[in-house]
Design a protein around this ligand. Structure first.
Ligand code: TRP
Ligand code: SF4
Length: 404
């Protein structure tokens, strides 16, 4: 696998197409909160991706993006550790998308499963557009422009990261083969100094002759640690190590976000398309009403009818929110008809309200201070642009259109 010195960089995006709900919070955001402490993180609102499906009702995208960013911040994404920005504010993504489109075979895009699935699922929209076909390639550009090593995504997005790896490989193969590559690599090696260069060579031999994965990884981290070689030389040495050309765009890995255990109000997975969500912005009353309306085990018609929590979506929420003693109170009370369903739901109402109240309070503060949100996004955009424009320079140079 091709890695780079940026392989610890995390990148992920979310499309601003509607309100965030508890499924997003438990499935995606909590994961981001952890990652932001461990890695350099870039999180962005993928407004162009929203446009690929919502081009004819684009009017809501901007408001959704503001709300989404506020929800991220309110949930605890910390702009001091993670860079937050809006995709269309970093137009470098679009240039890389264009350049990658030159080398991407149509068949690669047509066979991405989400292409056909979404065309079938969203029948009311005409998705036989150029932009929609390019959806996963735009995502590849999002990832590769930051040379991100780690892309936290749900299972439905893994195919897009896979495509990204193929596109990166093809790019490096097509444009990493400069004339005199081997000589340049050897020169680069010498710049590391005698000792380091000898170590690199030994590790390279161990990897190429014995296939030792460990030697590859050691050599990669040795390259990452070199202060006195340029990025271009480093790319040469990464490529030389693996027997390919220069590695300009390193291949990312997907970090599979564990399937959100968050059940919706009907027991299916919580999702906007099932209309079974609790939004992060729902009022206390809405939360209470929604939970009180939840269906329960149909066997419990009267209070005296015993039920079975395994047949009840409310129980699934107890598994998320309730401690052992509440859970055993539910199980006994339900099976022995000692508690009513409304009574059983109350601890969940309380827990959801307790979870969302501080988030909503923070969201209100950010909503009342749009300038602060703008400032956070501007700082995020600047940091993102710095990295993105460096990558683009290298890309233009590798292709041979840098006009210097
Ligand atoms: N396609 C992703 C989704 O629908 C959003 C996205 C766009 C993304 N660009 C990305 C995710 C880059 C990870 C990395 O969820
Ligand atoms: Fe569901 Fe609780 Fe009613 Fe049992 S008592 S059916 S678990 S809501």
């Amino acid at each position: 696998m091709s890695t780079s010195n940026q392989n610890n960089r995390v990148l992920s995006g979310m499309r601003p197409t509607g309100q965030l709900h508890l499924g997003h919070y438990h499935g995606v955001l909590k994961n981001w909160l952890q990652l932001q402490h461990q890695y350099e993180c870039f999180f962005f609102a993928a407004d162009w991706h929203a446009l690929t499906t919502h081009y004819s009702d684009s009017g809501k995208i901007e408001d959704s993006a503001w709300d989404m960013v506020v929800d991220w911040l309110a949930a605890g994404v910390n702009p001091n550790s993670a860079k937050i920005f809006i995709q269309s504010q970093v137009p470098e993504h679009a240039e890389l998308h264009l350049l990658l489109s030159m080398i991407t075979p149509l068949a690669w895009l047509e066979r991405v499963p989400s292409f056909k699935d979404q065309q079938l699922n969203l029948k009311e929209r005409d998705l036989s557009t150029y932009g929609f076909l390019g959806y996963p390639l735009l995502q590849s550009a999002d990832i590769l422009i930051y040379k991100a090593g780690i892309v936290p995504v749900g299972a439905d997005q893994v195919a897009h990261v896979e495509l990204t790896r193929e596109v990166a490989r093809r790019f490096n193969y097509t444009y990493g083969r400069e004339e005199g590559f081997e000589d340049n690599a050897i020169l680069a090696m010498k710049k590391m100094g005698k000792k380091q260069s000898k170590m690199y060579q030994q590790l390279r031999t161990r990897y190429q002759e014995q296939g030792e994965q460990e030697a590859l990884e050691m050599a990669q981290s040795l390259l990452n640690d070199q202060q006195n070689i340029t990025n271009i030389d480093r790319e040469r040495l990464f490529g030389y190590l693996e027997g390919s050309g220069k590695i300009i765009l390193p291949e990312p890995q997907s970090l599979l976000t564990k399937a959100s255990k968050m059940p919706g109000l009907d027991g299916q997975k919580m999702s906007k398309s099932y209309n079974n969500t609790i939004s992060l912005r729902d009022s206390t009353d809405d939360i209470e009403t929604k939970i009180k309306k939840m269906p329960t085990d149909p066997a419990r018609v009267r209070l005296t009818d015993p039920g079975n929590p395994d047949k009840c979506p409310v129980w699934q929420l107890h598994e998320v929110y309730s401690d052992e003693s509440v859970c055993s109170w539910v199980t006994n009370g339900c099976k022995e008809a000692k508690i009513g369903c409304l009574e059983c739901k109350q601890p969940i109402v309380d827990a959801v309200i307790e979870e969302l109240t501080p988030i909503q309070e923070r969201a209100n503060e950010y909503d009342a201070n749009k300038n602060l949100v703008k400032k956070i996004l501007k700082e995020g955009q600047e940091a993102a642009s710095d990295v993105a424009s460096d990558t683009l320079k290298e890309v233009r140079q590798a292709i041979g259109i840098s006009y210097k």
